[in-house]
Write a protein that binds this ligand. Structure first.
Ligand SMILES: *Cc1c(COP(=O)(O)O)cnc(C)c1O
Length: 380
């Protein structure tokens, strides 16, 4: 079986895990947690990094750190993994969903501007959504498939409307934008280290940014807001820490991030060349001006919806190859029927049920890539 995406654990993972066990440092204190934070900050060009138990808890902390509170609105794209919206909900806030751009699958800045312009007003210091009376508390683009959207434009929008800019960069470690690194583009940027992301810690996340004081506050919040060894806590905190075991795996992975990103890019190129101008297929967007981390690769069926996607997946499974459909947009999800919506989701609606993701583990061989391409062409 050629799997869709499995971790590549042929580095120092085993050695570092053994070190955890030998030293008994398996829990939330340990040298690997510190090392993982230092390595992440360095790789992302950030001043500081805070390790968390998952990408989702990292997003929750980042939103809280930027002042998102109960009943607020947070602007996010509808085409994302549901965790983006869930982190907003965990703050008691509500997502304001936007469509994506056709050429990058990331949040459409023009629609965001139009929607804010038409639907908000200033009340004192707050930007209020006229229809719901809710305060706009943050703008949170998603780096879809590791591709960074037009962050200069989002920075400008965030500054103009005086709202914090948070990036859901869950699968974008290794991406850059106009020569800028991940840590320099938003106020806070969150990476996931879940099993299938660019690098994995088994599970986990990292928040990076330039504001050391803010990140220290998030570290405090993530570790039960403890101020002394005498069980003294100064606020209602969370247990969102990463363990040393997770960090041991994460450190071994971070040592190889460049190699992983390079392979992911090769895989994208391989599929895009193989299926270029192939009848009935369009390609995953790889905007040349953006250095995407190319987290996942695959194809888009020109015709047919989820039925055709399921059909291809079944045919591929029969040939021993694992493929999958991709994110169902947030506005179609049962728990988000109450979310605030942009006027249209034309791009997301016309896209999501035609996507087939193809095997893209960094350990995949060129022969296996060839087999996948041949099998897809037969299946079609
Ligand atoms: C994976 C992912 C998350 C959540 O990360 P976890 O570590 O699984 O909690 C959030 N947003 C996006 C876009 C993701 O792909």
């Amino acid at each position: 079986m050629i799997p869709l995406s499995v971790p590549n654990l042929t580095g120092n993972e085993r050695k570092y895990l053994n070190q955890c066990i030998d030293t008994t440092f398996i829990s939330s204190v340990g040298e690997f947690v510190t090392r993982l934070e230092e390595m992440s900050a360095e790789i992302c060009g950030a001043k500081k990094a805070v390790a968390t138990s998952s990408g989702t808890t990292g997003l929750h902390l980042a939103l809280m750190g930027c002042g998102v509170k109960r009943d607020d609105l947070v602007i996010i794209p509808t085409f994302t993994f549901i965790a983006t919206a869930n982190a907003v909900s965990h703050c008691g806030a509500v997502p304001w969903l936007m469509d994506i751009s056709k050429d990058s699958w990331t949040m459409d800045p023009e629609q965001v501007e139009r929607e804010i312009e038409a639907n908000t007003m200033w009340t004192g210091e707050s930007l209020i959504h006229k229809g719901s009376g809710r305060r706009i508390a943050a703008l949170m683009p998603v780096y879809t498939l590791g591709t960074i959207p037009d962050m200069d434009r989002f920075r400008e929008i965030a500054d103009r409307y005086r709202i914090p800019l948070i990036a859901d960069a869950a699968a974008a470690l290794g991406a850059t934008y106009n020569g800028k690194n991940l840590g320099e583009l938003a106020d806070l940027t969150v990476i996931s280290m879940n099993g299938n992301k660019m690098v994995t810690a088994g599970g986990g996340g990292v928040i990076v940014g330039q504001d050391k004081a803010l990140l220290s506050k998030l570290k405090h919040l993530s570790s039960t807001a403890r101020v002394s060894a005498e069980y003294d806590h100064d606020m209602i905190g969370y247990n969102y820490r990463m363990t040393n075991i997770q960090a041991a795996v994460g450190c071994a992975q971070l040592e190889r991030v460049e190699e992983f990103v390079a392979r992911k890019k090769e895989i994208r190129k391989f599929y895009n060349e193989a299926f270029d101008r192939w009848n009935g297929i369009t390609l995953f967007p790889t905007p040349p001006e953006m250095e995407s981390a190319c987290w996942f690769s695959g194809i888009v069926l020109e015709h047919g919806g989820l039925e055709s996607v399921r059909d291809i997946i079944a045919k591929m499974r029969d040939r021993g190859i694992e493929c999958r459909s991709f994110w169902k947009p947030v506005h179609l999800q049962l728990p988000y029927q109450n979310a605030i919506r942009a006027e249209s989701f034309k791009v997301a609606d016309g896209l999501w049920d035609r996507i087939v993701t193809l095997p893209c583990s960094t350990g995949i061989t060129d022969e296996e890539l060839d087999m996948v391409v041949r099998a897809i062409k037969e299946a079609l």
